[in-house]
Design a protein. Structure first.
Length: 255
């Protein structure tokens, strides 16, 4: 599980035309990956225009911070972007991601349910934009500018043949559809509640803080998807301090 964290500077509204229509969805994944796929597999310039006009921040983040292939304002960047993805492995990743994630209705529902609970815990929280992309096997989750980016190429299943060449069995176990929402919620909450003085903390303190984040995600999702010795420590502490809210525990150093 990998992540890029960027400083949140703005909240930007997006139309839902690239999501999946679902009146009950509080949060709906914006299908940036579909525009990306159109441009990178067919060279469709209209798809590139839509990426730049409707998803400028996402496109800049992908090109400059995830792929690191140049400046988005470089006159040659569109060609560099297109050529980068002509590698046969990356073309396979695009095709397989689009096939596996033809529908994300289940993921939209999980996000909506989790954020409804999070809004009750933290009423001042602004709902983030959630979007999907193909990230060339780099970061799994990108957090910044009140947005969550999901790299679908990192969630193609623990038995995905290509993964066996690059990832351990333990890493592959987490590279499945069921971990998309838990991973995203973990790092979104971490961006809200970072560990203070992180560089000066011990490894135990860092691990315990991530244990608190994972424990909170378990609460939001209503199941124990993360189960470590640190989530167990937090769970025991929460039971002994039942009057403390989830947010109180996230902010507490009294462990």
């Amino acid at each position: 599980m990998t992540i890029v964290l960027f400083v949140s500077t703005a909240c930007e509204l997006k139309l839902k035309q690239y999501g999946e229509d679902s009146p009950s969805s509080l949060v709906e994944v914006q299908r940036y990956d579909r525009l990306q796929s159109r441009y990178l597999t067919t060279g469709d310039f209209s798809a590139l225009q839509q990426m730049n006009i409707e998803f400028p921040m996402e496109t800049r983040t992908l090109i400059e911070d995830v792929l690191r292939i140049g400046d988005v304002n470089d006159p040659e960047i569109n060609s560099k972007f297109l050529n980068f993805y002509q590698d046969t492995i990356l073309q396979s990743l695009i095709a397989d991601a689009e096939l596996q994630y033809a529908s994300m209705t289940d993921i939209n529902k999980q996000f909506s349910d989790a954020f409804k609970k999070l809004q009750k815990m933290c009423p001042s929280m602004k709902l983030p934009i959630v979007y999907s992309q193909i990230g060339a096997l780099d970061q799994s989750v990108i957090i910044g500018n009140n947005s969550i980016g999901i790299s679908l190429d990192k969630y193609l299943g623990n038995d995905y043949p290509l993964y066996r060449r690059f990832y351990s069995e333990e890493q592959r176990r987490l590279m499945t559809r069921e971990y998309i929402v838990p991973d995203c919620m973990s790092f979104y909450i971490l961006s809200m509640y970072p560990l203070k003085n992180h560089e000066n903390r011990t490894q135990y303190e860092r691990d315990l803080h991530m244990g608190k984040i994972m424990w909170a995600v378990n609460k939001l999702l209503g199941r124990k998807i993360f189960n470590t010795k640190f989530t167990a420590i937090v769970d025991n502490y929460a039971k002994k301090n039942s009057k403390m809210s989830v947010m109180d525990i996230l902010e507490s150093d009294n462990f």
